[in-house]
Design a protein around this ligand. Sequence first.
Ligand code: FES
Length: 180
Amino acid sequence: MSEQQHGNHEDEHKGSKRREMSRRQFLSYTLGGAGAFMAAGATIPMIRFAVDPLLQPKNEGAFVKVIEEEKVTEEPTEVKFTIHQVDGWYESDPKLTAWIAKDEDGTIYALSPVCKHLGCTVNWNTNPEFPEEFFCPCHGAHYTRDGQTLAVAPAPLDEFEVKRENGFVYLGPVRPNTRV
Ligand code: FES
């Protein structure tokens, strides 16, 4: 073998060593990167799962369409509707009731049926002794059509926030009575 041939062979050998090193580095980077990616893939959902409900805005301000505007009269009418509630990790769809009516000015309002005495359910105009009033059958509390307390209960009926849009009435969160 001539000297030149020997030198070429050595160069090739060095070259393949260099290639081998770079292949090894490539593999370690790739596998390391894939491992990190998989670890992140496993960890991020866990962190999201733990933190997400805390970041979600509670849908307390959500309004629900309940009735056409033109169907609301001065006579309180019972409407039933469902809201979607998210409280941390707990989601539920409670069914709610409201007594909805229009006053002389055309303002639509909606009262909560929850009696302010001990939480029974009031009804409109069901007791002949108290006509045109909300009456609670549990201990006899009764209220005006605006929810003003007349006996037994210490406070007026709560009311729902009301929004009117495109001919429909939407109800939002319950708040203390603003009408009395
Ligand atoms: S709960 Fe309604 S009167 Fe007591």
